[in-house]
Design a protein around this ligand. Structure first.
Ligand code: MG
Length: 158
């Protein structure tokens, strides 16, 4: 078994879509970023790569590479997962946190879990998404940013 950790934070700005966990979520602001700015999928990608000892997301998808401009982070995740699979691993489970003062994410958690599970070719029960606020503290609490954390456990592929 191998464990990996991931973290991400994106600034919330006007004129961008809010994409989290592969879903577009109605909100008055969206994530600033080179790709589609999906902070949850980025944290999961880093956790996957970390668990397999394969570095980090920036090494595979540099934020100055035009190929990844506005890229679907689901594609990035699947691409990183290919490297992980090639090393003989599959995902046992994933747990994540989304720290956002707004919008309320409870209605979207189970859809995110399904989306993440399908990207990583596992059952939905192996993915857990938690959402919390930052108790109005710091940039996240002022709704200027959304932060994410993920932990991935890998096991040898059957
Ligand atoms: Mg990111």
């Amino acid at each position: 078994m191998r464990v990996g950790i991931g973290y991400d934070i994106h600034q919330m700005v006007e004129g961008r879509k809010l994409i989290l966990g592969g879903l577009e979520i109605p909100h008055d602001k969206g994530s600033k970023g080179h790709s589609d700015g999906d902070a949850l999928l980025h944290a999961i990608t880093d956790a996957l790569l970390g668990a397999a000892g394969l570095g980090d997301i920036g090494e595979y998808f540099p934020d100055n590479d035009p190929e990844w401009k506005d890229a679907d982070s689901g594609v990035l995740l699947k691409e990183a997962f290919k490297h992980v699979k090639r090393r003989g691993w599959e995902v046992e489970n994933i747990d994540c946190n989304i720290i956002a003062q707004a919008p309320k994410l409870k209605p979207y958690k189970s859809q995110m879990e399904s989306r993440i599970a399908s990207l990583l070719e596992i059952e939905t029960r192996r993915v857990n998404v938690k959402a919390k606020t930052n108790e109005e503290l710091d940039a996240v609490g002022r709704k200027e940013a959304i932060a994410t954390q993920a932990v991935v456990l890998l096991k040898p592929a059957q």
